[in-house]
Design a protein around this ligand. Structure first.
Ligand code: ADP
Length: 915
């Protein structure tokens, strides 16, 4: 470019070269020149904006030339352009937005606002700018909160308020709800520059929400009424229920429901709700009514059903009224005044465009009708429900249905006309079941009337009552007794209705055989009583047992506890957020996993469970509870609802713990005791055995050397002639005899104790045994002049070892002889008792004192009288005792005292073969 003429070379546009020329000439002349913009042309022909600054070049302090400094402005130009464009765009948004935009300075004064904002508040922009500050458009109640929360807490701290709701005051004073969002803008130095906010009028949304809420409430109400009412059978109850519901919507109102009664061709008020002085009201309302048929006015109470006549006339708007006709407008006003009523709101009930009743609401002064639409909807539903109820009756009456019903019924059906004087005419129609049950053919029935069927004993009582009911209600249900053709009496339940049959007033009765029911009825009643009783007990028990109950709704994590659980867990319901997690937190940390695992497992296995665990209370106390839980699952197997029972078992646990400790202690003591007893027993057994062995040994050792004495002493006695020597040898002989006797008995006793001695049991006649012993000892008895009386029958069979029992008798006989002095008599008796035989051996001897009795059966015991007797060993009775014991029996003695004789008793096992 060097050496080229700038102005003619085409590197700047012509216009620019003209500008440059004028600048340069200024500089050369020594004048200051402004910075200008020029446009250069590139080799490709593109235009580039430059900033051009011209400076003089000096030589010897004289300007000789001008120098140009160029700066490419392309980028800056583009930026400026974009900025302008975006500014325009934002201004556009600002102006066109349906949201209100506002700019407020640091003092709270409005600097700028868009059109929407102005419109929203009803001010012009200038008016807004002239307001003191934006608090003037903020209701008092928001100011402090906005200052603290929005300004101090949010805007100053984070620069952004977040979206919030508040209210504005419009120019006309109206208050509107708005949604606001504001930002704080600071300058380079960080000072508050301005605040800008976006505001939206949310009146509509708020109204929507309210409406939705209201709508929902209405829907619930309507559903409630419809569901309840459709289940009700009694039309009066139904009216009363609907009336009460509507009354509850408008608490300070009166509600009257009236229905058309086709039979009476009248409108009847079927329900009145909220009336405080009904008679006043009605008397006044119907003062001028042409039909003043107000029934039982004196009996009217607040909720009673009331029947009242009037005429139904349609009123404009598809509504029907009973009063429009009967009461003048002025009269209405008067009544309103009198009752403090301002308006009468009436919803007509109609079906198929025919009016049949109305719901009237009388409002107190100053009250508004609430839930207008709900009342209208309820009225509609109510119409349908009433229609259905009436239709049901109609259907019953319909011939076709009737016929069908008639033939297929298992109950007996009878139709007969009603003759003057309430007398029943002959049966006009009966069904198959009637014939089957009672045994009459349809033709036979045609010749009969109900009076021929009813049991004359019981029918007198109920027939008049039934007729009265029929006339009043058109139907009657009662129990009766019918007599079948074969004379059987059948208890039946009769359902009788008045109908038009072949254009005659007739009665149709449906009878059901209730003989079975009668029987089960009292059973059922009993069961019910029992059930109620057990339910009562259960409730009582739950209370006493401190049973808590919880319900858990899966999916919502909603846990509902009854009062008792809060009591058990010692938690205040108000401060507890009942979820599964918060429940877990109340459990003792050591048990938490166990409880959680059990719960999870039960859900997995779809099984119920019972668990005992601890609770850790706030004050670190520990409680024990027992929980039982059951879960219901939906068809896909997902848990829906769990129910649990919780019982405080702390006391029980503590008692168990104490019991356990006591048990361990006791067990230890027992073991020690057992061990000791065992040791002692074996010691005693060992000693006893030793004793027996010793005695046995001693006996044999003594017996053997005695043999020669006993054999030689009589020989020696014969060889001696001296009388004195003879007596001495006789003494020796007697003593040796005694010793032999003693030794023999000692050995016998020891043998009886030894386990080696076997008893051989057999069935024998006790009478025979006694006879045998008597015959063996006959010389003993004869020598001593003893009379023996054996009273034991030979039929008395015992299961014994006969030889040993003979020994017992021998011993007892010997004693009886030995210990008798004056009267020598022995009586033997036996009688059966409890599968054994009790034997007695009685004597009239010296008797036994009370002091002696306990020792008689001790080994080597001898009473004083026989202490020095060589025939006494003191072993006879112990041997008897041992033998009897070996037979599983017992032996004892009785005596009335010294000189009074003695009786020895013992028991023996009875033979199984004894009859
Ligand atoms: P003993 O060989 O001395 O008769 P027992 O053991 O047969 O030994 O009897 C023990 C004691 O019981 C006798 O010493 C006697 O005093 C008393 N006794 C036994 N039978 C009779 C009886 N029938 N009448 C009075 N006392 C009797």
């Amino acid at each position: 470019m060097l050496g080229k003429n700038v102005f003619t070379s085409g590197i700047v546009t012509k216009k620019s070269s003209m500008k440059m020329l004028s600048i340069f000439s200024k500089v050369i002349r020594g004048n200051p020149a402004p910075i200008i913009e020029v446009e250069g042309i590139t080799k490709n022909g593109d235009l580039i904006p430059y900033e051009l600054r011209a400076v003089p070049l000096f030589k010897n302090k004289k300007v000789v030339a001008a120098q140009a400094i160029l700066r490419n402005l392309t980028e800056r130009k583009e930026n400026q352009h974009a900025l302008a464009k975006s500014k325009r765009k934002y201004r556009e948004i600002f102006n066109r937005s349906r949201d209100g935009f506002v700019m407020v300075d640091a003092t709270g004064q409005i600097i700028d606002a868009n059109e929407s904002y102005c419109k929203m508040l009803g001010f012009t922009l200038d008016e807004l700018k002239n307001l003191q500050d934006f608090y003037e458009i903020t209701p008092e109640k928001w100011r402090e909160w906005e200052q603290n929360e929005i300004w101090n807490n949010r805007l100053l701290k984070q620069g952004y308020s977040g979206r919030y709701e508040k209210e504005y005051i419009k120019k006309d004073g109206a208050i509107i709800p708005i949604e606001l969002e504001s930002y704080l803008v600071r300058d380079n130095k960080g000072n508050i520059d301005y605040l800008w906010g976006v505001a939206r009028d949310i009146t509509e949304r708020k109204n929507d929400e309210k409406e939705r809420e209201l709508h929902l409430k209405e829907m619930n109400l309507i559903t409630d009424v419809v569901v309840h009412a459709s289940r009700m059978q009694d039309i009066d109850k139904l009216c009363n229920y609907v009336g009460k519901t509507i009354h509850s919507l408008n608490e300070n109102s009166y509600v009257a429901i009236s229905l058309y009664d086709p039979k009476a061709e009248r409108i009847r008020i079927r329900a009145l709700c909220g009336f405080e002085s009904v008679s006043d009201l009605l008397n006044t309302l119907f003062k001028d009514s042409p039909v003043k048929n107000v029934v039982n006015l004196s009996k009217i109470q607040k909720d009673s059903q009331l029947y009242l006549s009037g005429q139904l006339r349609p009123v404009p708007g598809g509504l029907y009224a009973i009063m429009a006709d009967t009461l003048s407008k002025e009269k209405c006003r008067e009544v309103e005044k009198l009752l403090g009523i301002t308006a009468i709101y009436r919803v007509g009930l109609s079906l198929n465009k025919k009016p049949f009743g109305s719901i009237s609401i009388l409002l107190k002064q100053g009250e508004k009708i609430h839930f207008k639409s709900a009342i209208e909807t309820i009225a509609n539903h109510f119409s349908v429900i009433i229609h259905e109820k009436q239709a049901e009756v109609k259907v019953k009456k319909s011939r076709e249905q009737f016929q069908n019903l008639f033939d297929n019924l298992r109950d007996g059906v009878f139709v007969h006309s009603l003759l003057p004087g309430n007398r029943p005419g002959p049966f006009e129609q009966t069904n198959k079941a009637a014939s089957t049950i009672l045994g009459y053919s349809p033709e036979e029935f045609k010749e009969m009337s109900p009076w021929d069927l009813d049991d004359p004993d019981s029918s007198k009582e109920y027939i008049p009552k039934v007729m009265e009911q029929l006339k009043e209600n058109g139907e009657a249900v009662f129990e009766a007794v019918q007599v079948a053709k074969d004379g059987r009496k059948i208890p039946v339940e009769v359902n009788a209705s008045l109908i038009e049959y072949d254009e005659k007033q007739s009665i149709i009765s449906v009878t059901r055989d209730i003989s079975k029911r009668k029987k089960t009825e009292w059973k059922l009643r009993k069961n019910e009583e029992r059930l109620r009783e057990s339910e009562r007990n259960l409730k009582q028990a739950q209370k006493l047992a401190k049973l808590g109950r919880w319900d858990y709704i899966h999916g919502e994590d909603k846990l509902v506890w009854n009062e008792m659980i809060y009591d058990i867990f010692e938690i205040n319901p108000a401060s507890f957020d009942a979820t599964y997690e918060s429940f877990l937190a109340t459990i003792h940390p050591d048990d938490r996993k166990k409880v959680n695992d059990t719960w999870k497992k039960s859900l997995q296995d779809k099984d119920s469970y019972t668990i005992e665990h601890r609770l850790l209370l706030k004050d670190n106390r520990v409680k024990w509870v027992k929980e039982k839980c059951r879960t219901e699952f939906d068809e896909r197997g997902n848990p829906v609802h769990s129910t649990g029972i919780v019982q405080d078992i702390t006391d029980q646990k503590q008692a168990e713990e104490r019991l356990k400790k006591a048990h361990v202690k006791l067990k230890k003591m027992n073991q020690t005791l057992e061990k000791k007893v065992h040791e002692r027993t074996s010691e005693v057994q060992r000693l006893l055995k030793q004793k027996d062995e010793f005695i046995n040994q001693l006996g044999h050792d003594l017996k053997n050397p005695l043999g020669p004495f006993l054999q030689l002493l009589p020989i020696l006695e014969n060889h001696v002639s001296n009388e004195k020597d003879k007596r001495m040898i006789q003494v020796l002989h007697r003593n040796a005899n005694y010793m032999r006797n003693l030794v023999k008995k000692t050995i016998d006793l020891a043998k009886l104790n030894s386990s080696k001695t076997k008893f051989i049991f057999e069935d024998v006649s006790l009478g025979d045994i006694v006879d045998e012993v008597i015959s063996v000892n006959v010389s003993l008895f004869e020598d001593n002049g003893v009379i023996v009386e054996n009273n034991v029958s030979t039929d008395c069979l015992v299961h014994v070892d006969p030889l040993h029992i003979e020994e017992v008798f021998t011993n007892l006989f010997n004693n009886a002889v030995k210990y008798s002095t004056d009267e020598q008599w022995i009586g033997i008796d036996a009688f059966e008792k409890d599968n054994c035989v009790i034997v007695s051996v009685q004597d009239k001897g010296i008797g036994i004192s009370n002091e002696q009795l306990p020792f008689l059966f001790d080994e080597y015991y001898k009473a004083d009288s026989s202490r020095h007797d060589f025939d006494s060993s003191g072993l006879g009775l112990p041997i008897c005792k041992r033998i009897i014991e070996k037979h599983g029996g017992k032996i004892w003695a009785e005596s009335k005292g010294i000189g009074e004789g003695s009786t020895f008793y013992f028991t023996l096992p009875r033979s199984d073969n004894m009859s």
